[in-house]
Design a protein around this ligand. Structure first.
Ligand code: ASP
Length: 439
């Protein structure tokens, strides 16, 4: 059995955290490939090294002196090196960073150095080989991962390297320069390495014990999710649940490799398993409940809409012409509703309304604002009767007015529109009926 282990920034924020990580890796021989992030915050109000590097780039780009900022960044690493009592110096690496930043400063290059330097320290600390992702992870012309080339080069490299550290977050752009993923992208690197090495498990170590059924800022001490499928996770993360970068599931998913989210500060917790498919019954009918505020609904009514061919297309064209993507589209017999992000829509609303009139000649167009969407997600829902009824009665008891309902065709989720101000109450009511009531 082989595992890839990825550690997030808070797991590597200082020497004390590094030691915990070292213990975790040494506790299991199967943990052969390590993907570190850059050092994160050591305490509330601290600055992540990646943010310090981005500031370094800004200073260099605007012609300010970078010496103080570079020294502050170096101090973060020196503190780790000394705390671990390692015989290693990053002087040469910092001289090179200084040279590049003073001559040809580049944003992605600067941002990527956080992972690069941490990887150097980690490799020394563990006695593993260091693999620079610049040599093995490639992007295409459009700036997306070139998965074919990456898989070929990386898997060949890993096949000759029994134990290695591969820093997260970056690779090589088509122009031969360093390129990073979007923020939080070390999760994607972990997934790419796991897929290329054909390992059995991708462990993603962070500072929480996995996914929770609901947002802890809304529900007090919510239950943890033991097992979640990729599809459920996709629905929940789209709706605002964040622990893992959204794009991190794709490389492992195609190879059927499960992701195990673990807590560096509580390694005894089993965490959450993210899997392709499972026979394990979820503990509760719902796997999770999440949501987002700030939507608008555009309600379009036209008598005999149901028999007019092409009506929906014409309505959607009005949104497309104005460069607005829609989130949901529940429809009735003579009505259809298009739900959009308020922030994208509000400046263009009158243009969209007139385009709808011009293209589809509806009877009326109404706009409702301040809408929040709540997604109730669970593979268990389709085999349990009365799930929708329980949701609606819980909301009725909590005096939340339901303004829209949309059941995804997968039967995996039910999306409910409520007023922004009812958002938290709705999440709590749904959590309580499915989880608290069963404890
Ligand atoms: N260090 C990068 C960031 O802060 C990438 C990561 O941590 O995954 O976004």
């Amino acid at each position: 059995m082989k595992k890839v282990v990825k550690f997030g920034g808070s797991s590597l924020a200082d020497a004390g955290q590094f030691k915990k990580v070292g213990d975790i890796i040494r506790a299991d021989e199967d943990r052969v490939y390590v993907v570190p992030s850059a050092p994160g915050k050591r305490f509330d109000g601290d600055t992540k090294v990646t943010d310090m590097l981005l500031e370094l780039f800004r200073m260099a780009d605007e012609g300010e002196s970078i010496d103080g900022q570079l020294a502050a960044i170096k101090a973060r690493y020196d503190e780790i090196i000394q705390g671990l009592e390692l015989d290693i110096s990053l002087d040469d690496e910092f001289a090179e960073i200084e040279r590049v930043m003073k001559n040809e400063p580049a944003r992605d290059y600067a941002a990527s150095r956080g992972e690069y330097l941490n990887g150097k320290i980690m490799a020394k600390y563990l006695g593993f080989e260091f693999i620079d992702p610049f040599e093995v992870i490639f992007f295409n012309d459009e700036g997306y991962l070139n998965s074919y080339k990456t898989d070929k080069v990386l898997s060949a490299k890993l096949a000759q390297t029994p134990r290695a550290v591969v820093p997260g977050f970056y690779g090589q752009g088509k122009d031969g320069k360093v390129k990073t993923f979007s923020r939080g992208g070390s999760d994607i690197t972990g997934s790419i390495v796991a897929s290329a090495a054909r390992v059995d498990i991708y462990e993603n170590w962070t500072d929480v014990s996995g996914f929770l059924v609901a947002d802890p800022r809304i529900v007090k001490d919510p239950a943890a999710i033991h097992t979640i499928t990729y599809r459920e996770l996709r629905e929940l993360s789209y709706m605002g649940a964040t622990v893992l970068h959204e794009d991190a599931i794709f490389p492992v998913r195609s190879r059927g490799i499960p992701i195990n989210i673990r807590n560096t500060n509580k390694p005894e917790d089993e965490g959450t398993w993210i899997v392709e498919s499972t026979a394990t019954k979820p503990k509760y009918t719902i796997t999770g409940v999440a949501g987002k505020k700030g939507f608008c609904a555009v309600l379009i009514a036209k008598a005999l809409m149901n028999s007019e061919i092409g009506f929906g297309r014409k309505v959607l064209q009005a949104f497309e012409e104005n460069d607005i993507s829609f989130e949901h589209m529940p429809s009735g017999i003579d009505t259809m509703t298009v739900v959009v992000h308020e922030s994208e829509f509000i400046h263009k609303e009158q243009r969209v309304v007139s385009a709808i009139h011009r293209l589809s000649q509806p009877d009326t167009v109404e706009i409702e604002s301040d809408l929040a969407l709540v997604a109730v997600v669970g593979r268990g829902m389709k085999s349990v009767q009365g799930t929708a009824a329980r949701i609606f009665s819980a909301l009725a008891h909590a005096r939340v007015n339901i303004r829209m309902i949309d059941q995804g065709s997968s039967e995996l989720n039910i999306i409910i529109g409520v007023a922004n101000e009812d958002f938290e109450t709705a999440i709590r009511a749904i959590y309580d009926i499915f989880v608290t009531a069963q404890l």
